[in-house]
Design a protein around this ligand. Structure first.
Ligand SMILES: Cc1cc2nc3c(=O)[nH]c(=O)nc-3n(C[C@H](O)[C@H](O)[C@H](O)COP(=O)(O)OP(=O)(O)OC[C@H]3O[C@@H](n4cnc5c(N)ncnc54)[C@H](O)[C@@H]3O)c2cc1C
Length: 346
């Protein structure tokens, strides 16, 4: 327990606070009150008080995977805990403790500067370190869960700090135990385990193509640069056009359903799934329904990647969700497959 002398200052309160610049879709949103969380010790008394006052609350990281309403009632906890340090190193692994508010991409770049390769395939994913385990962020054949040793979080049900091992987090495709229990856990720190042994992973089509003519041995910096270049070409920059990255999960179907679909749609794009099922490319399904590049009012489907919905300016959550449900309906009609929305609807 901290003595009063060492206790952190209480979380800074701003009421109300506009969140347009803290969500990558660029939706206009007014939070009734926002608390800036800069130290984990601020949480117990704050959560106790909010619950005593029967006020709703939620955590916001970088806002790159959320759909915000015009008005967010109650308290919004802005996760700004900083700090990153190597806490252990032996001949096999390095353990890295990182505050939940650290920017994800900056962490990936920093690990390479420290000669700790492993996270390079996950470069340029927006958002914070604390949100990364929530949906087990992944890209180019790598998921963050495989590098997480454990997580430190405030459990709002137990009203206590807890440590969740990698196993307890139950990481799966864009999913985790934390995601299954929204608003129960506030992630304050993530401890990564980076193995000393390193291997390039360039089996995903875009990366394999990028390095097709490469004859010498690759290093992690080259993969980091390639991932950044490919992402900048394919995905819209939220600073230029509002978006939340992939808007739908790639649906996972049984082999039998996949076989039936292939018989009807021979060009169907799909990938093998770790559980022996097939993961369908949701972007391809949406494209086949004619949505790529379409604009409906202030929202649309990105012209280079049908999986990304964009805010052309002035859109609301309702506009985005209306387009999303039209896409879901047409994909279901054509392919018999249900698309699930990826961002959290707050
Ligand atoms: C252009 C673009 C590209 C993207 N590419 C990818 C990609 O390749 N792969 C991928 O997996 N994702 C991708 N995303 C989605 C997004 O970047 C990730 O999901 C990211 O981890 C979200 O981080 P955030 O800090 O912005 O979270 P937020 O959007 O702020 O929050 C997301 C959810 O996590 C909760 N949350 C946030 N922080 C905490 C915390 N500390 N404790 C508890 N709950 C918390 C929030 O309440 C919310 O439910 C992309 C998004 C964009 C805009």
């Amino acid at each position: 327990m901290n003595s009063a002398k060492n206790a952190p200052p209480p979380a800074k309160l701003t009421a109300p606070m506009g969140l347009k610049h803290r969500n990558t879709l660029g939706l206009d949103c007014m939070a009734e009150s926002a608390y800036e969380i800069t130290a984990s010790d601020q949480l117990p008394s704050l959560i106790r008080t909010l619950e005593e006052q029967k006020r709703t609350w939620r955590v916001l990281g970088g806002g790159s995977n959320v759909i915000l309403p015009k008005q967010l009632d109650g308290a919004t906890l802005l996760m700004n805990i900083s700090g990153q340090e190597i806490i252990h190193a032996d001949e096999k692994n390095t353990l890295l403790a990182v505050g939940a508010g650290v920017n994800w991409h900056e962490l990936v770049a920093w690990t390479l500067e420290q000669d700790l390769p492993g996270l390079e395939n996950l470069a340029l994913i927006p958002g914070t370190v604390g949100a990364a385990p929530i949906q087990n962020i992944g890209a180019y054949g790598v998921e963050v869960g495989q590098y997480i040793d454990h997580i430190e979080a405030f459990d709002s049900v137990a009203q206590a700090f807890v440590t969740l091992s990698q196993e307890a987090c139950q990481f799966a495709y864009r999913d985790s135990y934390l995601k299954q229990h929204p608003t129960r856990f506030i992630v304050t720190k993530v401890v990564f385990q980076i193995p000393k042994a390193w291997q390039a992973r360039i089996h995903y089509a875009d990366l394999a193509k990028y390095f097709a003519d490469q004859e010498s041995k690759l290093n992690a910096e080259q993969i980091f640069t390639a991932v950044c270049k490919i992402r900048m070409q394919k995905l819209p920059d939220p600073k230029v056009i509002g978006n939340a990255g992939s808007f739908f999960h790639n649906p996972v179907v049984a082999q039998e359903q996949h076989a039936a679909l292939i018989a009807q749609f021979p060009d169907l794009v799909s990938y093998a799934d770790a559980m022996g099922k097939r993961k369908l490319a949701a972007g391809w399904l949406i494209d086949q329904c004619g949505f790529k590049g379409k604009q409906i009012g202030p929202v649309g489907v990105y012209e280079k990647q049908a999986l990304v919905l964009v805010n052309h300016g002035g859109a609301s959550a309702a506009d985005i969700l209306e387009l999303a449900s039209l896409i879901q309906y047409q994909v279901k009609e054509k392919f018999g497959v249900q698309l699930t929305i990826e961002p959290s609807i707050l």
